[in-house]
Design a binder for this molecule. Structure first.
Ligand SMILES: N[C@@H](CCC(=O)N[C@@H](CS)C(=O)NCC(=O)O)C(=O)O
Length: 218
């Protein structure tokens, strides 16, 4: 039975789409339009009570959390080589997955909330300043780590690279990678891979053009 991926354009679901595409696994994409509030509909809340995407459904397994999903896929198709076999090497992949999800993504998420997602009254401009500084500090740690490296962990591509490149693209959208030439080059290399998904900007542009056509604009 085909897996189902509940996803929406420029969101963290890109991490899962990227992994599925690199693995060459057939899947059924199910679009959950966050802008239309489809993630709050009762039928979707039955799948993920948190009302968030991505969600992967594989037979009886319903899995949320983008990092857990990419790890599941890499384990399931272990022979495709998106995770190393050695314990030490695997630990490095986990380390960078967690670094992406905690040290880099969390400040970006705070910036998104305080610039776009919260109501005007809830937004705290001071937290945008703090979060931007925290992101840049951690990005500079990764910048040094990436010197002379092709991939974030070990000598081969892994799911940590898909999660990291997407997270860096997000930071780049927020104009926070200007002092990080290694990270910009790494991100470009990753997105130049033949099975890479669209960049965040492209995914937003596709949504905007869809909205324009729906309104009958040129
Ligand atoms: N930690 C979760 C975060 C999931 C998440 O926040 N997804 C966002 C899109 S990137 C979402 O569905 N937001 C809808 C909402 O919060 O209402 C993951 O990595 O999968």
């Amino acid at each position: 039975m085909q897996m189902k991926l509940y996803e929406f354009g420029p969101t963290r679901s890109i991490r899962v789409r990227w992994t599925l595409q690199e693995l060459g696994v057939d899947f059924e994409p199910i679009r959950v339009n966050l802008l239309a509030g489809e993630n709050r509909r009762p039928e979707f809340l039955k799948i993920n009570p948190a009302g968030k995407i991505p969600v992967l459904v594989d037979g009886d397994l319903v899995l949320t959390e983008s990092v857990a999903i990419v790890l599941y896929l890499a384990e399931k198709y272990f022979h495709k080589g998106l995770l190393p076999a050695g314990v030490n090497e695997r630990a490095q992949v986990n380390r960078w997955l967690l670094f992406a999800a905690t040290e880099l993504e969390q400040p970006l998420w705070r910036i998104s909330r305080h610039t776009a997602l919260y109501t005007e009254e809830q937004r705290l401009p001071g937290d945008v300043t703090l979060a931007s500084g925290e992101f840049k500090e951690m990005a500079s740690v990764l910048e040094k780590h990436m010197q002379g490296r092709q991939f974030v962990a070990g000598d081969n591509v892994s799911v940590a690279d898909f999660v990291m490149a997407y997270t860096l693209d997000w930071g780049n959208e927020d104009k926070l990678l200007n002092g990080c030439p290694q990270l910009l080059a790494y991100m470009e290399r990753m997105y130049a891979r033949p099975h890479a998904p669209p960049r965040i900007a492209e995914a937003f542009a596709a949504i905007a053009s869809e909205q324009n056509s729906a309104r009958g604009d040129a």
